[in-house]
Design a protein around this ligand. Structure first.
Ligand code: ADP
Ligand code: MG
Length: 322
């Protein structure tokens, strides 16, 4: 188990991470989400022992992860870290980069392992090419394969798919996370893209200005978003005051995703269509309601200026208002 015990850290005066506290079971995948500057990369670096903590402790089972003050070599050997900037050998082939840390004692075994990794990150076509000539996305995949080469117990990934084009992203995510689960490799992955992790992470830790604001499963966080920040990670969203959608007198606001609003013949939410945006399998309709924009999904385009009525299902209301 990875135990992060109430850690705090600052580069200078200002606290960058404050009282971060969580555990991860072996083989679990934890996503670290949050806006740019919220401390995601710093958290990964601390887990890797790159800096000394101001306070708190980090343990992998019984071993403590220590910073440079107590440890000359950064990064315990059971851990691998793929940074946002990957550091590869440009004048060497993809295969040799991936095999860099593998033993030469059994050359056949080594070659077999390299081929297996190349398949996972889908780089068969460029295996013999020098890294220098690869695209950013291909380099990122070489860095991933190299980190996996010696089967770490813990893998730390910082925005691992950011340079990879959409065409390749989907299948790469599937094959990478499937491999990690099969090998029971514990993984922490920092990202600001929900598609990177929504289907794969066991839990998501949300950081906001260096503090943890939520830790739960993707489903739980999606279905009951406590904050706008969490809802916005998943999708566009609307906010309604209790008084706009119910007879409740007390003050409160609920978050409603665009697909949770339905076009009906009459309701208390009377809005005016402003614009229809084509989104492939649906249109996102922008409407004006009480001086603000409300968005919903609809199968068809609607006429601008048209008056419409929207409804939120009772189930959603009960769930979000409780
Ligand atoms: P994220 O990965 O979520 O974008 P970072 O961990 O990179 O966030 O940064 C968190 C905060 O720490 C930011 O305010 C950033 O400017 C600051 N920061 C990051 N790296 C350094 C550094 N090496 N020295 C000083 N401040 C830093
Ligand atoms: Mg970062």
């Amino acid at each position: 188990m990875l135990q992060v015990k109430n850690i705090s850290f600052s580069y200078h005066k200002e606290k960058v991470l404050e009282h971060i506290d969580f555990n991860i079971f072996r083989g679990d995948i934890l996503a670290i989400a949050g806006e740019s500057g919220s401390g995601k990369s710093t958290l990964l670096k601390l887990l890797y022992g790159e800096f000394d903590l101001d306070s708190g402790q980090i343990f992998w089972d019984k071993q403590e992860v220590l910073g440079p003050k107590y440890n000359l070599i950064t990064g315990p050997d059971y851990m691998k870290y793929v940074a946002q900037e990957f550091d590869l050998m440009p004048f060497t082939t993809v295969e040799n980069n991936i095999g860099k840390f593998l033993s030469n004692f059994y050359p056949e075994k080594k070659q077999h392992r390299i081929e297996e990794l190349i398949e996972i990150v889908e780089l068969e076509d460029v295996a013999k090419h020098k890294v220098k000539y690869l695209s950013g996305g291909q380099k990122q995949r070489v860095a991933l394969a190299r980190a996996l080469a010696k089967e770490p117990e813990i893998l730390l990934l910082d925005e691992p798919f950011s340079h990879i084009d959409n065409l390749k992203k989907q299948s790469l995510r599937r094959s990478l996370f499937k491999y990690l689960k099969e090998q029971k490799i514990t993984c922490l992955v920092a990202t600001h893209d929900k598609d990177d992790i929504i289907s794969y992470a066991d839990n998501i830790l949300f950081l906001h200005h260096g503090k943890s604001i939520a830790y739960n499963t993707p489903e739980q966080l999606y279905n009951t978003p406590k904050y706008n920040l969490i809802a916005s990670f998943f999708d566009e969203f609307n906010e309604f005051k209790y008084s706009e959608i119910s007879n409740l007198k007390k003050y409160g606001v609920i978050i409603v995703y665009p697909h949770e609003l339905k076009l009906v013949d009459s309701s208390t939410i009377k809005a005016t269509v402003k614009q229809s945006y084509f989104r492939g399998d649906h249109f996102l309709i922008q409407t004006a309601f009480n001086d603000r924009n409300i968005y919903f999904k609809n199968e068809h385009k609607l006429d601008n200026g048209q008056q419409i009525f929207l409804e939120i299902s009772k189930e959603i209301m009960d769930n979000r208002m409780s």
